[in-house]
Design a protein around this ligand. Structure first.
Ligand code: PLP
Length: 385
């Protein structure tokens, strides 16, 4: 008889599924629910990017591309890395993927063997430990604290390095914390990677959504030890287009391309032309990014001040569009707290369980100010008196 693979069975079903399916059920029943659970900009893709895609369709840009992406797009990404990140990656040290997610997936499969240990600051984006585990490697969380704004302590990282450690995964600005790691932390992590011969995989997909902090690419400190992941989804409001990319050592990029050649072949051609416009029609893209950032900042300020005032301790996120709130005043268990927010406040959030953030829930502030005001009013109504 047939059976599912050990790999498929090892994928941990999401602990948040219960909350998510209950939210869907309430929506279906017509309940007036506000969802702050998705990690997606609420803006439309800017018009100049959409127009470029339409032109590409009309001009026949509808065929397979090179596995690693259109040469002109890799050229534009190489230039973007130089201009915005101070990184030098030639076009053959760049690969284009179906979302940042696939870039990460390819990277882990290109770099990890079963039994290898991978250091991941916690709270983390749920997909890192799951993807790492799929390769047979072992995710090793490195805790951070709300007191430090969830910024990584390099000494805590160093303390977890063993002879089996192969990789460090960084995500700054981070999901779900919004933490931005300062340059001195990144430099210390880079030094550790060089000293111990580790690869750093740095997911910089939220790099443009930074408010008060300085965003620095760790690849500038340890270029031979860093693979930089990025994508179009968050910065240019292009989640559905599925364009991600990576830049790093040529051998790693070549291995990622080999994997991609036997799986998806290439990222969607039309989307690649759209991403090309996003990167080359610079002034328009920059204006969009700037206005989105200003909007997110105002939302963050409103939501975080409101949550703290309600007695839900929430460090001020320095980047991305998430706030990680301590919900223990509602219930010690975050799954239960999320359920209370859903049933009593009619607000959908994501419990921190799968993010390695017990006692917390994640709220996305990719939503309008009026919506966020309403959310705060609803949460106030659900608080114990
Ligand atoms: N990395 C982080 C931290 C994310 O939050 C996400 C999306 O939620 C991604 C990567 C993947 O984005 P995409 O595959 O749309 O590029």
């Amino acid at each position: 008889v047939w059976a599912l693979s050990g790999r498929a069975r090892s994928l941990r079903p999401s602990a948040t599924v219960a909350v998510t399916s209950r939210a869907l059920e309430l929506k279906r029943q017509g309940v007036d629910l506000i969802s702050l659970s998705v990690g997606e900009p609420d803006f439309d893709t800017p018009p100049h990017i959409r127009d470029a895609a339409v032109r590409a369709v009309q001009a026949g840009g509808t065929r397979y591309t090179a596995v690693s992406g259109l040469p002109e797009l890799r050229e534009a990404i190489s230039e973007k890395f130089r201009r915005e990140n101070g990184l030098t990656h030639a076009p053959d040290e760049v690969t284009v993927t179906s979302g940042g997610k696939q870039a990460l997936f390819n990277a882990f499969f290109a770099l990890l063997n079963p039994g290898d240990e991978v250091l991941i600051p916690a709270p983390y984006w749920v997909s890192y430990p799951e993807m790492v585990a799929l390769t047979g490697a072992v995710p090793v969380p490195v805790p951070t604290t709300a007191g430090s704004g969830f910024v990584l302590d390099p000494e805590a990282l160093a303390a977890r390095i063993t002879p089996r450690t192969r990789m460090i995964v960084l995500n700054s600005p981070g999901n779900p914390t919004g933490a931005v790691f300062p340059p001195d932390v990144l430099r210390a992590v880079a030094d550790l990677a060089v000293r111990h011969g580790l690869m750093i995989v740095t997911d910089e997909i939220y790099e443009h959504l930074v408010y008060d902090a300085e965003q620095v690419s760790i690849g500038t400190f340890a270029p031979e030890h860093t693979l930089t992941i990025n994508g179009a989804s968050k910065a240019y409001a292009m989640t559905g287009w599925r364009i991600g990319y990576a830049g790093g050592p040529r051998a790693v990029i070549a291995a990622m391309n080999a994997l991609q050649s036997q799986s998806t072949s290439n990222a969607c051609s039309v989307s690649q032309y759209a991403a090309l416009a996003a990167l080359t029609e610079h002034a328009q893209t920059a204006a969009f990014v700037e206005s989105a950032r200003a909007a997110y900042r105002a939302r963050r300020d409103l939501l975080v001040a409101g949550l703290n005032a309600l007695g839900l301790p929430t460090p001020t996120p320095q980047g991305a569009f998430y706030a990680l709130a301590d919900t223990r005043v509602l219930h010690p268990d975050e799954l239960e707290a999320a359920r209370i927010l859903l049933e009593e406040a009619r607000v959908a959030v994501v419990p921190g369980t799968d993010f390695g953030a017990p006692g917390h829930v994640r709220l996305s502030y990719a939503a309008g100010l009026d919506t966020l005001r309403e959310v705060l009013a609803r949460i106030e109504g659900a608080l114990p008196r």
